[in-house]
Each structure stands twice: as structure tokens, then as C-alpha cells.
Design a binder for this molecule. Structure first.
Ligand code: NAD
Length: 481
């Protein structure tokens, strides 16, 4: 008898309790060896005044069991409530979001019958730091952060996942033709780490054409690894075109803790009616079983579930007169899966998790940081100003000096002085780039420059030091430069 593994379970909101009941019944019926601790998260907790949606004592359970099976929750609108998923991901360092997006044609209607993709999305960085500023009356800015260790972890996870599950190809998607430093780093690390997995086919696509291809020809893809925002968008597109959001499970993997759930939300429109499709959460729980080393039980459930679909026993969201045999509610679907435990699908490829050690996927040590010579060579200063580029330059030029020269002025990333184009639209937020004539700048010179700007009544909004690393600029060139 397998030793019981402790897991934490939250029943969630809306249809959450209904689909969790179904999932737990099937887990028990299939012989999963689990010791379940329940915690409360979501709507009630938010409404009791806890802005994060998760009470303090729940963290202790998550840290103890390290495995979380979570039903969807309802995030109240407004009122400063924080997304529970984002809080859990960030607090527990769940760096990888894994979403298999598979079509089940002909039993579930889809335009893409041969789709079998796994999206591995970076979960913590990119624009999801939520670091934003209002820089002027007219302009808002958001900071996109991509780190070398964060990227190494997700890219390695993508390749290790592909290896463990016998997948043949990993595709990386970025927009590094525009974001040469941030997305450029992601792409570069993908190429570097990819060399360690020569047995896996690999390619890179620009995200716009990549997303379009996922929508029009998903059979071209196998595993896709992406930064956070692109992964968020593309995984929803991919889940949608499989035919039903009700069918997708997902995992959020950290070095110590992992969370498993359905990809859909709490579906308040059908809550309490007992008609929800429990498949998304059930498939999330299958991923959980593989993660905790109970692959045999995972396969038993997965195969019974595939067989139920093939037998045409469908909940309302996927029911089709011409293909389904019987429309069932949540309880009916649960009973049908339980009755098929031990049976194999006849049309779909049977699931087999023998030898897959998903929980033990090795994330090899990160590459040690190679010392590079970092030199400060200039400063970008942000400034609000109403007027033309020439008027601004006239006010700024007398403040230059002391080895710092005004290289150019830009507006919304476009150079507008010197020699700007008269058609370029200028907002009220400007950037001044000062570079050292001699090669390097001291902090005191920058502070003195800002003092001169201040005395000239030119109030700056921010200053960012410009560095080179082994002589390579650590800052973007300006359009038109
Ligand atoms: P949703 O996924 O809950 O519902 C979208 C549509 O799909 C609805 O028509 C719904 O009835 C249907 N649907 C979803 N799951 C289904 C299932 N299992 N069976 C049958 N039909 C199903 O998305 P939404 O309406 O945008 O969001 C509702 C709430 O869920 C919001 O409060 C949102 O914040 C929350 N949410 C939570 C999570 C999570 O906890 N991981 C994820 C997404 C949304």
C-alpha cells in the first residue's frame, strides 16, 4: 500500500465546491493515497476583511503539505482585493504555470482535432511585477522585468518537462525584435540552455506570428515556453480552441510547493445548479498525482475519463446532439467516470505515466554569474514639459557640462532633438539622455547635473543610470538615434 501523501484542498467559490466534491470522490474511488487538509480561501475570506483572500493559518498548511489542490474562487471586484492566485504564486515562488491544451475530437467540437500542446508560462516576472508609474499628466509607464535566474528556471523547466513526458519539440516565443534587452535575454537563454537538450527539437518564433499560428495551426506545436504576459494570453487562446474551457487543468510549480487547479473560473452563472463540468479540476488533480509519484492512479483516472468522453456521456457545456449519447449533470458525470475506472479508452491514446517523475523534475543549478566589467557611462532623465523639443533643448543645454553632454531628447521612445522629424507627436513627458564625454560618470556628477536642472526650474521625474557591461550597452538605443 502506497504511503498517504498529505495535500491541502480548498473548495473555492461558485461551482468550486461542486466540482471539488466530484474530483475528491473520483480520487478516492481510484485509490489515490491522500491525507487531505482543508483550508478556506476566496470570497468569504475576502469579505471577512482579509484583502489577500487567504487567512494566515492557511499558509502553515501549504508549507507543511507543499501540494495544493484548489477549486476556482471568486475575486470580488474593486475594494482593493488582491488576486489570490497572484498572491499564492508570488509568495510560494510558483515560477512555472503548466497548461496542457488538448483537443478531444470528435467527441468535443473543435476546429483543431489534432491539437496537443503544453504551454509553460513564466509566472512571476515580466509586466506582472505590477511596477507602474504615472510619469506626467499624460503618460503612464509599466516596468517589464526579465531576470537571468528567473528565465533559466522556466526555460530549464520547459525542457525538463518535455523530456519527462516524452515530448519532442520546445518552441520559445518572444518579441525580441523590439524588446532587445528583456525579451532578448529570454531568447538568448533559451538558445543557451537548449544546447543541453540536443535530443529535443527547438525553435523560436516572434510572439505575434507565433500566437497566430497557435490559433490557426496548433498541430505545429508541442511544448511552448514563454514569458508571463504572452503565456497568459496564448494559453487562453489555446485552451479556448480546444473546444471548452471546462476541460483544462493546470499546475503552478515552485521549487518547494506546487498548486493544481482547473483553468476556468468559479462560473457564478451556473453555480449551485449541479451542472458544472468537473473535468478541468479532475485533470488538474491528475497532474497532481503524477507530481506526487502516484502516476498509476493518475493514469487510471485519466483513462476512465477519456473513456467517459468516448462513450458520449457529456455535461451540458460539451453536449452535442449528434455526438453525445447522454447529457448528465456533475453527479452523473462523476458516477460515469467512477464506473469506468480500470477501463481504457478505445479511440484516444491511453494515458501512461509510468516512469514519469514530474515532481522530481530536476532544475539543475543556475549558471554562476560571470563577472562583467560594469561602467557607468551616462544617465537618462525623465522630465515633464509643455512645449516643443527646441524650446526644451534651449532650457536644458545650459545645464549640461562637467563632462556630461546632452546626447538627445526623446519623447515616447522616439528621438525628437537634435534633428527630430516635425511630424513626430510629442506628449508632455520627455527623456533627456546625457552621456559622459570621457567615458565614465561619477554619481556626484549626476547629482550636480540634477541640481543644475532643478535650479533652472526643470523638474525631473526620474533618473536612470546608464551602464555598459564589458563594453556592451545595458540600455536601449532610441528610435531615430
Ligand atoms: P469562468 O471561467 O468562471 O466562466 C466563463 C464561462 O465558462 C461561463 O459561462 C461559465 O459558465 C463557463 N464555465 C466555466 N467553467 C465551467 C465548467 N466547469 N463547466 C461548465 N461551464 C463552465 O470565467 P469568468 O466568468 O470570467 O469568471 C468568474 C469568476 O471566476 C470571477 O470572479 C473570476 O475572478 C474568477 N476566476 C477564478 C479563477 C481561479 O480561481 N483560478 C480563474 C479565472 C477566473
Amino acid at each position: 500500500m502506497t504511503n498517504k501523501i498529505a495535500i491541502t484542498v480548498a473548495r473555492g467559490d461558485g461551482i468550486g465546491p461542486e466540482i471539488m466534491d466530484s474530483t475528491l470522490q473520483i480520487l478516492e474511488g481510484a485509490g489515490a493515497a491522500l491525507d487531505i487538509e482543508e483550508i478556506r480561501v476566496g470570497k468569504d475570506v475576502y469579505e471577512s476583511g482579509v484583502k489577500s483572500g487567504i487567512p494566515e493559518d492557511a499558509w502553515a498548511s501549504l508549507r507543511r503539505t507543499k501540494v495544493f489542490l484548489k477549486a476556482p474562487i471568486t475575486t470580488p471586484q474593486g475594494g482593493g482585493y488582491k488576486s489570490l492566485n497572484v498572491t499564492i504564486r508570488k509568495t510560494l515562488g510558483l515560477f512555472a504555470n503548466v497548461r496542457p491544451c488538448i483537443s478531444y475530437a470528435p467527441y468535443v467540437e473543435t476546429k483543431h482535432p489534432n491539437m496537443d500542446i503544453v504551454i509553460v508560462r513564466e509566472n512571476e516576472e515580466d509586466l506582472y511585477g505590477g511596477i507602474e508609474y504615472r510619469e506626467s499628466p499624460e503618460v503612464m509607464a509599466s516596468i517589464k522585468l526579465i531576470s537571468r535566474p528567473g528565465t533559466e528556471r522556466i526555460v530549464r523547466y520547459g525542457f525538463e518537462f518535455a523530456k519527462a513526458y516524452g515530448r519532442k519539440k520546445v518552441t520559445c516565443m518572444t518579441k525580441d525584435n523590439i524588446m532587445k534587452l528583456t525579451d532578448g535575454l529570454f531568447h538568448k537563454i533559451f538558445d543557451e540552455i537548449g544546447k543541453e537538450y540536443p535530443e529535443i527539437e527547438q525553435n523560436h518564433m516572434i510572439i505575434d506570428i507565433g500566437a497566430a499560428k497557435v490559433a490557426s495551426a496548433p498541430h505545429l506545436f508541442d511544448v511552448i515556453v514563454m514569458p508571463n504576459l504572452y503565456g497568459d494570453i496564448v494559453s487562453d487562446i489555446a485552451a479556448e480552441i480546444t473546444g471548452s474551457v471546462g476541460l483544462g487543468g493546470s499546475s503552478n510549480i515552485g521549487e518547494h510547493v506546487a498548486m493544481f487547479e482547473a483553468i476556468h473560473g468559479s462560473a457564478p452563472d451556473i453555480a449551485g445548479r449541479g451542472i458544472a463540468n468537473p473535468s478541468g479540476l479532475l485533470l488538474g488533480s491528475v497532474m497532481m498525482l503524477v507530481h506526487i509519484g502516484q502516476g498509476e492512479v493518475a493514469a487510471r483516472i485519466h483513462n476512465a475519463w477519456l473513456r467517459t468522453l468516448e462513450d458520449g456521456i457529456h455535461t451540458g457545456d460539451i453536449y452535442r446532439k449528434d455526438l453525445s449519447r447522454e447529457q448528465v449533470d456533475t453527479a452523473g458525470f462523476t458516477k460515469a467516470v467512477l464506473a469506468r475506472l480500470g477501463q481504457m479508452p478505445e479511440k484516444f491514446k491511453p494515458a501512461n505515466y509510468n516512469g514519469v517523475n514530474a515532481g522530481g523534475l530536476e532544475i539543475p543549478h543556475l549558471t554562476p554569474y560571470r563577472d562583467e566589467k560594469k561602467e557607468r557611462v551616462g544617465v537618462d532623465i525623465g522630465m515633464n514639459f509643455d512645449g516643443t523639443p527646441e524650446m526644451l533643448a534651449e532650457k536644458i543645454l545650459p545645464c549640461a557640462g562637467d563632462d556630461l553632454q546632452l546626447l538627445h531628447i526623446s519623447n515616447r521612445g522616439v528621438k525628437v532633438w537634435p534633428n527630430g522629424q516635425p511630424d513626430t507627436f510629442c506628449s508632455d513627458n520627455w527623456q533627456l539622455r546625457f552621456m559622459s564625454k570621457s567615458g565614465t560618470v561619477r554619481t556626484s556628477q549626476v547629482i550636480a547635473l540634477m541640481d543644475r536642472l532643478n535650479k533652472a526650474d526643470m523638474n525631473f521625474t526620474r533618473a536612470i543610470m546608464l551602464h555598459t557591461f564589458d563594453g556592451v550597452p545595458g540600455f536601449s538605443a532610441t528610435q531615430g538615434e
